[in-house]
Write a protein that binds this ligand. Structure first.
Ligand code: ADP
Ligand code: GLC
Length: 482
């Protein structure tokens, strides 16, 4: 099985969220299952080619690509995904990709990913490599299924190539002004109201991918149902419903080379179910690092998140001060994003300097320390396609409190005192009161060391390795090429 994997971020080269984690790990598991797989991503300015042992290809240089009527050129850098034999191809065009961040609000954001997607297909042509599958991820790569059936359809190389589009977040759709179609090199006559490229008078990359791909997947079974409803579909529910027979939900896995309490090189003390008491050393270490007062009986809550509306902070807003004032808890927040949420945590830190610690920004080391050192992980998302942080937490014996939505509903089982199944705590209603009650339920159970340990162990016993999910992708690939 030959698979070209198209993505706009891929750990360890570039990551802004879970998409980077997935694109840095799923290809390795597909390779282990026997796929010949090549990963394609843009060479952003922030990627250090020598640190990542990437080399500039001799053959793939100064290749022309059209954006509207102007010709641009690109080079290709190649390497291997770390700890693997997976080939990586990075599309290099400094004009478009050497910017402060991978994604921008610049006026030519459409052109950046139009260039990337065409450049990827052109590179495949130069390689004379005929993939069975092109696996696209999110809007930045979702014009590719349309290119295969239009602009690039003349090429026999792609005659039997099928496309898969994975939706990681329907909230990001790649919508641009109608004029943008002229930049794309797609047939402009295909743009008209309700056409595959049009959504509310915008040129919508994601819609094109949904219409043209052979199979659509999303990153959890529950989210695959949710996005077909008005509440969660963000305007694309109709078109998704029309393709519901080709829409699958496959839960993400986690990369156990990176997120494993037995080997994690960021954390102070390694541990597993067999020496669970050593997790406490990581709590002490975390608390010392932030210069808080350590107390075994004071539950430490962790949050690691993009600070956006998606993540449910509107539920925390009205109850945060009350919660900190009336409970013996400590809350450590790592994240950056919207000003309103940065201010929420900054002001709470000011009011409760010995109870709330807020680190604004992106910090990989701290994210591992919080995952290992907290007792409870808080993720009350409004919507969550899959969510990786709750799976990392479960794997580290850090008990999650989540809202029952998307992948959170598929991974976290609510603890109930009358059965012995729960690995965390969850609630359904998107209401501050529901979150507060659930936090109180967890605080109450935290006092019972025996029950709490059982909850931790049930979480650590879950198998979130990529193998099961990678096999499901393989089955889908086989299904569409047969
Ligand atoms: P999303 O992709 O919606 O942001 P996920 O839970 O799927 O949510 O993945 C988030 C990923 O990004 C995790 O690997 C998490 O540890 C990481 N992350 C988020 N914010 C930060 C941050 N401020 N610093 C370090 N890592 C972060
Ligand atoms: C998106 C989603 C998140 C998911 C990640 C990887 O960023 O918000 O829920 O885990 O993609 O699929």
């Amino acid at each position: 099985m030959k698979v070209a994997f198209a993505c706009s971020e891929c750990f360890p080269y570039v990551k802004t969220g879970g998409l980077g984690d997935v694109c840095g790990s799923l290809p390795k598991s597909l390779f282990d299952l026997g796929c010949e797989i090549k990963v394609f991503l843009p060479l952003y300015g922030g990627i250090n080619t020598s640190n990542h042992k990437l080399s500039l290809s001799d053959e793939l240089r100064d290749i022309p690509v059209m954006i509207g009527n102007s010709t641009h050129t690109f080079n290709v850098w190649t390497g291997k995904l770390p700890n693997s034999e997976v080939d990586v191809y990075l599309i290099d065009n400094p004009h478009y990709f050497h910017r402060e961040l991978p994604y921008t609000n610049d006026r030519d954001e459409d052109e950046r990913f139009i260039l990337f997607q065409q450049a990827m297909l052109i590179t495949i042509q130069y390689l004379k490599w005929s993939p069975d599958i092109i696996h696209c991820n999110d809007w930045q790569t979702s014009l590719i299924p349309a290119y295969l059936k239009t602009t690039f359809a003349w090429d026999k190389l792609f005659e039997s190539t099928k496309s898969v589009l994975s939706i990681h977040n329907i909230g990001y759709q790649g919508r641009f002004s109608p004029e943008s179609i002229y930049n794309s090199n797609l047939p402009v006559e295909y743009f008209y109201p309700y056409s595959p490229f049009e959504l509310d008078n915008s040129f919508c990359f994601l819609k094109a991918g949904i219409v043209y791909s052979d199979i659509i997947t999303t990153v959890s079974p529950t989210y695959s149902e949710e996005i077909q409803t008005e509440e969660f579909g963000a305007g694309l529910e109709g078109v998704l419903k029309s393709r519901s027979g080709d829409l699958y939900g496959i839960l993400n896995g986690i990369d156990l080379d990176v997120w494993n309490p037995l080997t994690d090189h960021y954390i102070k003390t390694h541990y597993s179910i067999d020496n669970l008491e050593d997790k406490e050393e990581n709590k002490k270490n975390l608390i010392n690092r932030i210069e808080f007062k350590y107390n075994e009986d004071t539950p430490v809550f962790g949050i690691i998140s993009r600070l956006t509306g998606q993540k449910g902070f509107d539920l925390l807003k009205p109850i945060l001060h009350h919660l900190l004032e009336n409970n013996d808890i400590q809350l450590i927040v790592l994240g950056s994003g919207e000003t309103q949420y940065e201010e929420l945590f900054r002001s709470a830190q000011y009011a409760f300097p010995d109870k709330l610690f807020f680190w604004s920004g992106y910090n990989t080391e701290l994210s591992h320390l919080i995952t290992a050192g907290s007792d409870i992980f808080l993720m009350p998302s409004h919507y969550e396609p899959c969510g990786l942080n709750q799976m990392y937490s479960l794997n580290y014996g850090t008990v999650p409190i989540v809202r029952k939505t998307g992948g959170l509903a598929d991974t976290v089982k609510d603890y109930h005192e009358f059965d012995e199944k729960g690995n965390g705590f969850s609630f359904k209603d998107y209401l501050p009161d529901a979150l507060e009650k659930t936090i109180h339920r967890a605080l109450y159970m935290f006092k019972d060391k025996k029950i709490w340990k059982e909850i931790m162990i049930r979480g650590m016993k879950e198998d979130f390795s990529w193998k099961i999910s990678a096999e499901k992708y393989m089955d889908l690939y086989k299904k569409i090429i047969s």
